[in-house]
Design a protein around this ligand. Structure first.
Ligand SMILES: [Zn+2]
Length: 228
């Protein structure tokens, strides 16, 4: 990767970003093949650049590369989904605490503006935008926390969460329940750390509970009866 020229690097980042956006908006479903030549045509770039972008996304877990078969949008397992939410429950209370510590008027305005965009997308029934904006709310909070490591992790975990929602959510349930982001921001504005942290934990648990993550659990299948 270090042999790539600077201008190419930005191309690669752009391709990776656009594929990530498509995943976040559920336009690219889990398990879909990402054919290099078709992406190269779509982005009007070389296949080499596409390959590099797919390698970047594979490192983030959003894409799975199979030898001789190519790249596919990842399909996180139920176990992956549970581990991901467990990780977010570790990180995001710290995010909320740091945002309360640091956020001034400008930061609070950004959070409010984001929530307004979410409400707008909900009103327009734009499910793709709602899912993407829901994820981006958490990425914005992480960014405002001022911890670059957490922010980087959340930039990877949020698109993965969108993939998990695409896999395990029922189409009717929203990505993040409507008023929970607003209540978190209100607690942040009041600098009420205990409430903000508890709302965030409750929120993540709520999103996880909405998913159908019980499919991997042991079921008693009577094979003989089933195929009798
Ligand atoms: Zn949320």
């Amino acid at each position: 990767m270090n042999t790539i020229a600077k201008s190419e690097k930005s191309d690669i980042a752009l391709i990776a970003e656009r594929i990530t956006n498509a995943v976040m908006e559920h336009r690219l479903p889990p398990g879909v093949k990402l054919a290099e030549e078709r992406l190269a045509e779509a982005f009007k770039v070389s296949r080499t650049k596409v390959r590099h972008a797919l390698t970047v996304l594979a490192k983030e877990g959003l894409v799975t590369l199979y030898p001789n078969r190519g790249a596919f949008v990842a399909s996180p397992s139920v176990q992956d989904a549970r581990e991901l939410f467990a990780t977010r429950r570790l990180l995001e209370p710290e995010v909320v605490r740091k945002v309360i510590d640091r956020a001034g008027k400008a930061e609070l305005r950004r959070l409010r503006a984001h929530i307004a965009k979410e409400a707008e997308a909900r009103l327009a029934n734009d499910r793709r935008a709602v899912i993407k904006l829901s994820g981006e709310f958490h990425m914005l909070l992480a960014k405002l926390s001022g911890n670059p490591y957490i922010s980087k992790l959340m930039d990877e975990l949020c698109p993965l969460t969108c993939l998990i929602i695409a896999l395990y959510d029922s189409p009717q349930t929203p990505a993040c329940p409507e008023d929970e982001h607003i209540r978190i921001v209100e607690a942040i504005e009041l600098k009420d750390e205990a409430t903000a942290v508890s709302l965030m934990l409750h929120h993540l648990q709520h999103v996880e509970n909405e998913l159908k993550l019980s499919v991997d659990e042991k079921v008693d299948i009577d094979w003989e009866k089933m195929f009798a």
